[in-house]
Write a protein that binds this ligand. Structure first.
Ligand code: FAD
Length: 422
């Protein structure tokens, strides 16, 4: 910052700043931001902003959609409820209303987020996609570019989420299939699939729940299960399985807790292998730690598989007309295919030259709890593979860290904010 202050009056430096801000063919409008720029107005962006504001730090939030929490508002199905109890999903500094159920509905969660943004006076700049963010070693500041502006700031907080882009697998014959093929991000309810044979590809929480939803709308769903997976009951011994696991982990090693979870699951939901849902060798919590793969919490889908209302198939070999050929040689007719194949981070497409995020998957290179802070004022919020609980931990750490540097950097930056020559 001091270096920047000295060079700011240097005509060569001014010329350099002006030329390097050219985006496309036009000179971008330069906006000086003395506080952190937060990219993404999902729960993570809002949580960090609230924590920072509560410490007196001004923030700017840039959001590509026209609303907060666009993943929840636009890309989720109607019947969605939080998978984990509300006490593990609330954002920092503001609990859920007491009258909300243990597992709030999507609409209740969204109402909570709206109230959260209002409470902390968070006003993201909407319809603003960040297309490039780069640390300028010359001036020691970040350049965050959108189609219209270039924001110059001392800190960047990446809060674009682990679920920024749909993963759509390439399946042989996809173009030949005559029925609709859609990702779960465009699925709202089974309303338009009544009496239709629907193949749901992918058996995470979304795939399992979409199958259940289709059953409730009198469709005939089938589920493609390619890999082994852990399915656990959502509740055990009158407590949420997640809460119980957290509690047991305080006293017992992870392998012991895993063995307990598997034993209890066996008594409650039976042998899932018999339903075509083979279990991985590693236990559910160990697997989550090693690979980030989340166990599926059953909300009634297993009973429908057991009763034959939902059929289970192995991987798909190819598609043709109405037919789906599976890897075991079976061929079945389907009217529609729903891809519950998940999401991926988009960070590698716009964030340049950092070692905080991996080029491979756009997730932090260091595992939790180390992946929240990079170099030169770069931070990551909500990339812990631990859902909203991870978001809260990140938000508190980031706010603490920036607040410590705030007074010094902010004052230095304010003195530079506008220079007519730039
Ligand atoms: C169906 C479903 C159910 C889930 N249920 C739970 C649950 O019960 N409990 C739990 O803890 N977690 C759950 N999750 C995990 C979920 O990821 C988190 O709850 C939460 O949405 C993460 O918040 P986030 O802010 O990190 O990311 P997101 O909610 O994805 O928000 C990121 C925001 O960044 C914006 N953005 C992306 N790229 C750019 C860009 N280049 N420029 C500007 N803006 C950009 C996006 O538009 C988006 O609004 C669920 C996820 C899904 C898909």
């Amino acid at each position: 910052m001091e270096e920047f202050a000295k060079r700011e009056h240097d005509p060569y430096f001014q010329a350099q700043m002006a030329t390097t801000s050219v985006s496309g063919d036009s000179l971008a409008n330069r906006v000086w931001v003395s506080g952190p720029v937060i990219i993404g107005a999902g729960p993570s962006g809002l949580a960090v902003a609230a924590c920072l504001k509560s410490k007196g730090v001004d923030v700017l939030i840039l959001e590509q959609a026209n609303c907060i929490a666009s993943l929840w508002q636009i890309k989720t199905y109607d019947r969605l409820c939080l998978h984990l109890p509300k006490r593990f999903c609330q954002l920092p500094l503001m609990p859920f209303p007491k009258d909300f159920p243990t597992y709030p509905t999507k609409q209740q969660f969204l109402a909570y987020l709206e109230a959260y943004a209002k409470n902390f006076d968070l006003k993201p700049v909407f319809n603003t996609t960040v297309v490039r963010a780069e640390y300028d070693r010359g001036c020691g500041l970040w350049r965050v570019k959108t189609k219209v502006n270039e924001y110059i700031c001392p800190w960047v907080i990446v809060a674009t989420g682990e679920n920024a882009e749909e993963v759509v697998p390439k399946i042989e014959g996809m173009n030949e299939f005559v029925g609709p093929i859609l990702h779960t991000s465009s699925y709202k309810s089974g309303d338009c699939f009544e009496k239709k044979k629907v193949l749901v590809v992918g058996c995470g929480n979304s795939g399992m729940e979409v199958c259940l939803d289709l059953c409730n709308y009198n469709a005939c769903p089938s589920l493609v299960v390619r890999d082994s997976l852990h399915v656990l009951p959502q509740e055990m011994l009158g407590r949420s399985t997640f809460g119980l696991s957290m509690c047991l982990l305080k006293w017992f090693p992870i392998q012991v807790v895993d063995r307990f979870l598997l034993l209890a699951s066996h008594f409650m939901i039976g042998d899932t292998n018999k339903l075509g849902l083979g279990r991985p060798k590693l236990g559910p919590l160990e697997l989550k730690n090693v690979s980030g793969k989340t166990p599926v919490l059953d909300v009634g889908t297993l009973a429908k598989i057991r009763s034959g209302d939902i059929k289970v198939y192995p991987g798909i070999k190819r598609l043709a007309c109405n037919n789906v050929e599976f890897v075991d040689g079976r061929i079945e007719k389907f009217d529609a295919i729903i891809l519950a194949t998940g999401y991926r981070s988009n960070v590698t497409t716009w964030l340049k030259d950092t070692n905080l995020f991996s080029e491979k998957d756009g997730l932090p290179t260091k595992p939790f709890p180390e992946g929240w802070k990079g170099e030169n004022g770069l931070y990551a919020a909500g990339f812990t593979k631990r859902g909203l609980l991870g978001t809260s931990i990140d938000a508190a750490r980031i706010a603490e860290d920036i607040a410590r540097q705030w007074t010094h950097k902010h004052e230095a930056f304010k003195s530079l904010q506008y220079h007519p020559a730039m």
